[in-house]
Design a protein around this ligand. Structure first.
Ligand SMILES: [Zn+2]
Length: 487
């Protein structure tokens, strides 16, 4: 690997930034600051205020710049989701309460490690270009993952997935399961070894998250042991839960309890647990289960929720609603469960969908969403040194160009960024004090080359569909193009 310190300078100062989102520790919230200097030495912020008095090895002019803390994405699947571009946007089964998850994952998956490498590199670029500096990457363990992630320069929380069962379909309405408990055990051993390897990486930016994949696909024993393994290592634990109506019905059929209630019963909820989605709670209008205790169980145990609006919204599903979870006291973070990996667009969708679900403009505020992608994510990851611009915090910074058309007028630059410009205005990104995006280009990876390799990888994935699909259909039969193709 190339020397990663080549581009790091000892002290950098962003001089006189027009706008900064700084962390007010006493008040416990972010605040705007004008005409502010930010200095960082190596990977740590050393000064936030007017007229930095010290020496600097590099000075960045802050004129027409808006600096915000690096964004934290606590749920993503980079090794395959970009391969679904053009495949999954409208793919869902009405007979499965609109979800396409089960049919799609059975018919289409990354065909090989070359496909995974191309897909992940492409996704990492999308993430960096939208200002993500920390990522929970939930993927099956694959060769080259740690090296690629380290090369990206992003802060990595590698979450190698495993499970005791796989989903199995024989029709389009019933979710069945193929159990192989030893496979789950073996997968957990591989995952823990990879997490330990990541933690030893010399970059110091990598660590792990223990990630049994889905609540309904794991035995109670595997889930409990996984939770213990996470605690031993002092790392978070995550699991997909309450992500489809069929899953909730299956858990009620098995246990007489919702997935969240069963998770609580077996002891896997807690402050180090991140619940992937937790969208179909008992009180959700598509579930209407009688208990109405799920939200309180999440709150009382201090568990975090990784909310990913896009994949659900495409099926016609919404969380009910983000604002109610916040007011109940749940620590909320955001993720990019699918492509595009654009966390700023997820903020916008989360805000708008919460207001639609609540039929209330005051359901959430833009400040709530900013909190979720910074401090909320950091709390979920048990990292108080991330997600805030303040002295002694990690130098993970996003520099936005106020001169970009969609930012003008920048009366309220956060609103311009979230509701208008998004990634188009991201100019420079620093992770751990090291510049990874410069003038809107990723400097650590090659998105164009990854894109070319991904086109080939998607062809291989689509070609394999008839062997994988339960009805032996071609990709074109499972997911027709949006328009007919003329001769
Ligand atoms: Zn997911």
């Amino acid at each position: 690997m190339a020397n990663e310190d080549d581009t790091t300078v000892a002290t950098t100062v962003i001089r006189n930034a027009d706008w900064v989102i700084a962390w007010d520790e006493g008040a416990g919230h972010h605040t705007y600051r004008r005409n502010t200097d930010i200095a960082f030495a190596d990977n740590t912020i050393t000064f936030v205020g007017r007229n930095y008095p010290g020496a600097a090895d590099r000075v960045i002019d802050g004129k027409e710049r808006f600096v915000l803390p690096g964004l934290i994405d606590i749920h993503a699947h980079p090794e395959h989701e970009p391969l679904y571009r053009g495949v999954r946007e409208e793919h869902g089964l009405r007979n499965m309460y609109m979800t396409g998850l089960y049919e799609r994952s059975q018919a289409f998956s990354a065909p090989d490690d070359e496909a995974r490498a191309a897909s992940a590199e492409f996704a990492y670029c999308e993430l960096l270009l939208s200002g993500v500096t920390s990522l929970v990457d939930i993927s099956p363990a694959w060769d080259g993952w740690i090296d690629l992630f380290a090369r990206s320069g992003m802060r990595g929380f590698l979450a190698p997935g495993y499970a005791s069962a796989r989903w199995r379909l024989t029709n389009d309405f019933e979710l069945q399961f193929a159990w192989d408990e030893e496979r789950g055990r073996e997968g957990s051993r591989t995952a823990l070894a990879l997490i330990d390897q990541a933690a030893r990486h010399p970059s110091g930016r990598l660590s792990g998250v223990v990630s049994p994949m889905q609540i309904e696909n794991c035995t109670a024993e595997l889930l409990r042991d996984s939770r213990d393994a996470a605690r031993e290592r002092g790392v978070p634990f995550t699991v997909h839960i309450a992500q489809s109506v069929l899953e909730v019905q299956e858990m009620i059929r098995r246990h007489g309890k919702t997935p969240v209630q069963w998770a609580h019963e077996i002891g896997i909820l807690g402050p180090d647990t991140i619940l992937g989605h937790a969208l179909f709670l008992d009180a959700h209008s598509w579930i209407r289960w009688w208990t109405k205790t799920d939200l309180a169980l999440i709150t009382d145990t201090g568990s975090s929720v990784a909310h990913c609006p896009t994949p659900f919204a495409r099926y016609g599903q919404v969380m009910e609603n983000f604002g109610d979870y916040l007011r109940a006291g749940v620590n909320m973070g955001l993720g990019t469960d699918t492509t595009p990996h654009n966390l700023v667009e997820e903020m916008r969708k989360a805000a708008i969908l919460a207001r639609i679900a609540a039929r209330d403009v005051a359901a959430v505020t833009t400040a709530d969403l900013l909190h979720a992608v910074t401090v909320g994510g950091a709390k979920a990851l048990m990292r108080e040194d991330l997600g805030r611009i303040a002295v002694d915090k990690k130098a993970d910074l996003v520099v936005v160009d106020l001169g970009v058309a969609q930012m003008i007028p920048a009366r309220d630059p956060l609103r311009s960024f979230v509701y208008h410009a998004a990634d188009r205005a991201v100019r420079d990104v620093f992770v751990d004090g090291r510049q990874v995006v410069a003038e809107g280009k990723v400097v650590t990876l090659d998105q164009a080359a990854a894109g070319e390799r991904m086109v080939q990888a998607q062809r291989r994935m689509l070609a394999a569909a008839p062997q994988r699909d339960y009805r032996g259909r071609s990709a074109a039969e499972i997911v027709p193009l949006s328009l007919p193709l003329a001769d």
